[in-house]
Design a protein around this ligand. Structure first.
Ligand SMILES: *Cc1c(COP(=O)(O)O)cnc(C)c1O
Length: 365
């Protein structure tokens, strides 16, 4: 048996007819940029997330950058965030001229809300919690802190489509939230893509102008902007795939449950889902003893797994200037040393997951 971590090829086989039909429909119309198909997609996202506004953009990274920019965050400002994320989180903060400030994480890979206050000073302007693997952070406490210290919240909800906390969808807990539709997210485009959601009309209006060169009308430019529009082909593909998101996420959660029930959790652990949390499981991250040997053993048995990620953000060459060292953020470092993402995608069967469990257990025995 061969178990693949990423199933984009088999997914294409399943969806081929639908995708080709969608392409044909869009291409026949002959309009590919900023058409009403994009607006329809944005409305569907508003309905799904129960937010008032959505804007389709080029990527999740752009969504983060534009969110920060729209809130007026820039030079001299500090933004509190998590060291357990993808580099884009701190890249975005840095690109608008602000300084990322790391707060260590908890066993569940998310920012430790009890350590935020000690990092707040008069330069702090915002908190950017990351819903890592689609597990929503403790937003009650983060919102409380933000209100008390007059800070903005920008959710890095890149992995948050289909994630809920107390029945509220990711993006409901902040001034603005950034989502990604990169091919490896659960709601994925045919290439790069992303969007923001917000209930704040001012933020929406600013980003809407900014993503399209600051052009208010075809021949009237109000201010400089960039080119970051979700293209129409991907808007249509995403609209089609949005209908399948719930069943994809449900299947992923079911696969996670099978792992939980069958893995020998003395040596390999998966963080619990708390009551009130619905996790999209873009990734299934475990904490594995003898991680590197386990990964080799799995690979020998044709089971793909991924170290996601082995280096916390504060230990990259790019982030060196921020002044963190090994030991600065002990939990993030401890988790990174043992982290292993297991194959759990929606097209894996129960038998396949059980096979992976059996191999993992036999490795430890
Ligand atoms: C994927 C991801 C991003 C970046 O999104 P892109 O669409 O690839 O630019 C940012 N943050 C997190 C947590 C992500 O998982």
């Amino acid at each position: 048996m061969k178990i693949e971590f990423i199933d984009l090829k088999s997914r294409y086989k399943l969806e081929r007819q639908e995708i080709l039909k969608t392409l044909d429909k869009v291409l026949k119309k002959g309009h590919l940029v900023l058409t009403n198909e994009l607006e329809e997609f944005e409305q569907k996202i508003c309905q799904y997330t129960k937010q008032n506004y959505c804007l389709g953009l080029n990527s999740g990274t752009d969504a983060l950058m534009m969110s920060l920019w729209a809130l007026g965050i820039g030079k001299g400002d500090e933004v509190i965030t998590s060291p357990t994320s993808f580099i884009a989180t701190v890249g975005a903060i840095t690109h608008v001229g602000a300084k990322p400030v790391f707060v260590d994480v908890k066993e569940d890979f998310n920012i430790d809300e009890d350590k935020i206050i000690e990092k707040i000073n008069k330069r702090t302007k915002a908190i950017m919690p990351v819903h890592w693997t689609g597990r929503i952070c403790n937003m009650d406490k983060i919102k409380f802190i933000a209100r008390k210290y007059n800070l903005k919240i920008i959710e890095d909800a890149a992995q948050g489509m289909g994630s809920y906390y107390k029945k509220f969808h990711a993006g409901s807990f902040s001034d603005v939230a950034a989502f990604s539709t990169h091919p490896l997210k659960n709601l994925n485009a045919l290439g790069d893509g992303g969007f923001i959601t917000t209930n704040n009309k001012k933020i929406y209006t600013k980003i809407k102008l900014y993503r399209n060169h600051g052009m208010k009308k075809r021949d009237y430019v109000e201010s400089y902007g960039v080119n970051s529009r979700l293209d129409v082909i991907n808007a249509e593909i995403l609209k089609m795939r949005l209908k399948k998101l719930k069943s994809i996420n449900d299947k992923r959660r079911l696969n996670v449950k099978i792992y939980r029930e069958n893995l020998n959790n003395k040596y390999i652990k998966i963080p619990e889902d708390k009551k009130n949390q619905i996790n999209s499981y873009v990734m299934l991250l475990s904490q594995a003893e003898k991680r590197d040997s386990l990964q080799k053993y799995l690979s020998f048995n044709k089971i793909q797994s991924l170290v996601y990620y082995g280096t916390p953000l504060h230990l990259h060459k790019a982030t060196k200037k921020l002044g963190y060292k090994r030991g600065s953020l002990p939990m993030a470092e401890k988790l990174a040393a043992k982290v292993l993402a297991l194959p759990h995608h929606q097209n894996l069967s129960k038998e396949q997951i059980l096979y992976v469990c059996k191999k993992i257990n036999s490795f430890y025995n």
